[in-house]
Design a protein around this ligand. Structure first.
Ligand code: IMP
Ligand code: MG
Length: 174
């Protein structure tokens, strides 16, 4: 079945919001260094754009997790597919995610990262679907709260497609 993509957030809106978050993080971490932990693959587009707009010193690392479950539903049982290259001790960590949906993946991941001795761990997500939350997760920086729609673009995929769209679109089947 062919799907149709309907624009939800334009590239301009996203750029503007990322600049605002970059400013906020630069202020909040004034005089410190931040260590951005990108959750692959979806968080990568957002992290690159955000990192360029942060004015305090930045280091980056990547992690890939897979949560057992169907294509559009996560189970909360998370397997580390690729771990971080560097330890987190004595770092101000900001986890960069594409979207927080049920919160299951993030809740597990944040607990695991906090156990590695960082100074602190905050969460920054481009998108948040609060209506879908099953597990409580504290989000420190949110790009946009969106309705309960399946979205793609800016790193987010449907069946590994559409990650490269420069905007966020809703997937429609009709
Ligand atoms: P959670 O554990 O349910 O919060 O799952 C979060 C993960 O599910 C995200 O990092 C995405 O990989 C995926 N996901 C959730 N909602 C969407 C969506 O609307 N489009 C694409 N991927 C999504
Ligand atoms: Mg993700």
């Amino acid at each position: 079945m062919a799907e149709r993509i309907e624009v939800l957030l334009t590239e301009e809106e996203i750029d503007k919001r990322i600049q605002e978050i970059g400013n906020q993080i630069s202020q909040d971490y004034a005089g410190k260094q931040v260590h951005l932990v990108c959750v692959l693959k979806g968080g990568s587009f957002f992290m690159c754009e955000l990192a360029k707009r942060i004015t305090v010193p930045v280091s980056i690392d990547f992690m890939s997790v897979s949560s057992y479950g169907g294509d559009t539903e996560s189970s909360g049982v998370v397997r580390i597919v690729k771990d971080l290259d560097e330890p987190l001790a004595d770092r101000h960590v900001i986890v960069i995610e594409d979207i927080v949906d049920s919160g299951r993946t993030l809740s597990y991941l944040l607990d695991m990262l906090r156990s590695r001795g960082p100074l602190d761990v905050r969460l920054c997500t481009l998108l948040d679907k609060p209506d879908r939350r099953v597990v409580d997760v504290k989000v420190d920086y949110t790009g946009f709260e969106i309705p309960d729609e399946f979205v793609v673009g800016y790193g987010l995929d449907y069946d590994q497609k559409y990650r490269n769209l420069p905007y966020i679109g809703m997937v429609k089947f009709d």
